[in-house]
Design a protein around this ligand. Structure first.
Ligand code: PMP
Length: 428
């Protein structure tokens, strides 16, 4: 099983049998409120009829179309629908099947772009400590999670540097919304990396606007703006990995829109199809796209693609999903719920073991003091007890992450944090 302590799972398997709206049904029949949108992906809630209908219609109508050399109309419509939600300028879309594929695709597009411009020596990539960019070799190389990297350390991509992460409990604990401290200073570390290698060797910087998987690490105020200014000054592409922050999580279509900072490329997945069919995409600034296309006329090709790029079932699910977001105003709903969500999360301040609560949009991180000698054990226990009491939370290390579907209501927000408060009282 992926990222699972298999022995622990065997000892106490928690199995899901069905899902509808805000709830899973566990195999033993009890209802579990989905506090995590599955894995940050079911943003419109489970079992949505328009998506089911679109997938079934498409399966009967056009089950598959080769993605090389031939197109199908729905793929272009889906690309336009995605582009319509992107910040101005990022209106070219390449489809993938997952976040990991989107990341590797974006890194390759960045290299192809510089090569097309005659700057093929720009090959260095810059990620960030505690960044998560999926599990492809590109993604783990720019990612900053040592357990994901160490077994492969000899074969990670060469020429990768990492910015420091922005998690700072000393200055920013219990911040509401974006933390105030340290933004520009953290971003200025990029200038030091550039000074070391020279800008002419650097292709791209990739960061999650808000890092989800490694425990809800927020960008302090001014941080993303400063990264944008530095990359722009040096001709380095800025990639936002919006696999989690895309499609409403922060109360806007993208993190880019929420933070008011526009990257050159954006990686997407998860909420793009409400997870009903595996799907992902890379949104690309038109000038980057055009540069690559023009160079191909001169014989510099960009060879890349997947058998299932723009799979008809995926494009059907994407179009239906984006239709739900629009028709139900779910991004605005997330925005208007976020003050209540913030208050409910911060009510955990003072609960046993809680050393930080942080939040943005419909994401919260609750950090617990680790149990001496057993890091992660306390959060694992909280996860198990919450599940058994009818609320699904996620944990990574000793951080609990909450990221419910955007259709959640205030009573359900109360149930998530209320259950957590009760469970925390019962944990050593
Ligand atoms: N990037 C980010 C920011 C993610 O959060 C994830 C998944 N949690 C990925 C990439 C990888 O996505 P996938 O698991 O679909 O490959």
């Amino acid at each position: 099983m992926p990222f699972t302590a298999n022995r622990q799972f065997k000892a106490h398997p928690r199995m899901l049998a069905a899902a509808q709206g805000m709830h899973y049904t566990a195999a033993d029949g009890h209802q579990v409120l989905d506090g995590t949108s599955g894995l940050w992906c079911v943003n419109a809630g489970h079992g949505r009829q328009p998506i089911i209908d679109a997938i079934s219609r498409q399966a009967a109508h056009l089950d598959y179309a080769p993605s090389f050399q031939i197109g199908h109309e729905d793929s272009f419509r889906a690309a336009s629908d995605v582009a319509a939600l992107m910040p101005a300028g990022l209106d070219r879309v390449f489809f993938t099947n997952s976040g990991s594929e989107s990341v590797d695709t974006a890194l390759k597009i960045a290299l192809a772009y510089h090569r097309a411009r005659g700057e093929g020596q720009r090959t260095r990539l810059i990620g960030r400590e505690r960044g998560y960019h999926g599990v492809g070799f590109g993604g783990i190389s720019v990612g900053g999670i040592s357990p994901n990297r160490k077994a492969f350390s000899g074969v990670l991509l060469p020429g990768v540097d990492h910015l420091p992460h922005t998690h700072d409990l000393e200055h920013n604990a219990f911040s509401r919304g974006q933390p105030a401290w340290g933004g520009e200073a953290y971003a200025d570390a990029l200038e030091r990396i550039i000074a070391l290698h020279d800008a002419s060797t650097i292709a791209a910087v990739i960061v999650e606007p808000l890092a989800g998987s490694t425990g809800v690490l927020l960008p302090p105020k001014g941080y993303l703006e400063r990264l944008r200014a530095i990359t722009e000054k040096h001709g380095i592409l800025l990639i936002f990995d919006e696999v989690i922050t895309g499609f409403g999580r922060l109360g806007a279509a993208t993190g880019s829109e929420f933070f008011g900072v526009t990257p050159d490329l954006m990686t997407l997945a998860k909420g793009i199809s409400n997870a009903a069919v595996p799907a992902g995409a890379v949104a690309v600034r038109r000038s980057v796209h055009d540069t690559i296309i023009e160079a191909s006329a001169a014989g510099i090709e960009f060879f890349h693609g997947y058998t299932y790029s723009a799979h008809p079932l995926a494009t059907a699910a994407i179009r239906a999903t984006l239709g739900i977001y629009r028709d139900e105003g779910l991004f605005d709903r997330a925005k208007s719920l976020s003050p209540a969500f913030e208050n409910a999360a911060h009510a955990l301040k003072g609960s046993p073991h809680v050393i930080d609560v942080r939040n943005l949009g419909l994401v919260a991180g609750i950090e617990l003091a680790p149990r001496p000698g057993a890091p992660g054990a306390r959060a694992a226990e909280v996860f198990g007890k919450c599940f058994d009491q009818g609320v699904l939370v996620r944990y990574t290390g000793d951080i609990i992450a909450i990221s419910p579907p955007l259709i959640i209501d205030e009573a359900q927000i109360g149930q998530i944090f209320g259950t957590l408060a009760e469970v925390l009282k019962t944990v050593d």
